[in-house]
Design a protein around this ligand. Sequence first.
Ligand code: ADP
Ligand code: MG
Length: 245
Amino acid sequence: MDTKEMIKIKQLNKSFGDLHVLKNIDMTVYESDVVCLIGSSGSGKSTLLRCLNFLERKDNGHIIIEGNEVNPRTDDLNKIREKVGMVFQNFNLFPHKTVLENIIEAPIMVKGVGKEKAIIKAKQLLKKVGLEDKSDVYPSKLSGGQKQRVAIARALAMEPDIMLFDEPTSALDPELVGEVLTTMKDLAEEGMTMVVVTHEMGFAREVADWIVYMHDGKIIERGTPEQFFNHPKEERTREFLTATM
Ligand code: ADP
Ligand code: MG
């Protein structure tokens, strides 16, 4: 059994001005766990992920990554982002770089990997996401599903220990959702620790080890997919499930 704590959040709070967006969040993610974070729009899911990757600064509380509490004022956040990869809804690829250049950029610039080594690794990753023939293409020539698979390959090129996904399929045409979810499922099966914000309940049910349901900045309920979908404890959760499914 895996018991290494990859992410531990204690009493995390975050406000934007007067808006209290994250309210005393406690959460632990163990090695190789897939946690699906669900909840209606505006409940704070993206802010929580962004705090985990230090794209947002928490107000107070503790964020402990692989046993080390992170202090954004004194720690090298690039080092932490090497361990915690992130994939966004809108891909965020560099439009003026080819697929290959997108993937090798950070390993070379941030990690100091040699160019040849970075290219070999990038090609392996493109193969893994089923895009080995696209290395010299510009993002504008790709479908949304292909862009997102490149974005996943780009995040993996940093060899992260944890991957965060913020609604990775929400911007995709319905027929392209499956290929991205399959890529994510493969990654989960390889043992990657993942936190996935998603509205894809089928994916959550099938792939997640844990479901965490947020509403209004708070974690309302958490459980295995079986517990969560079949026997929700909270009235709020039941309302959400009725409205979504
Ligand atoms: P979700 O991802 O669950 O839809 P978010 O974390 O994006 O929710 O947003 C939670 C709340 O915080 C929303 O009310 C949103 O408008 C607000 N919010 C998010 N980011 C910012 C920001 N940079 N400045 C001000 N308000 C923000
Ligand atoms: Mg969001």
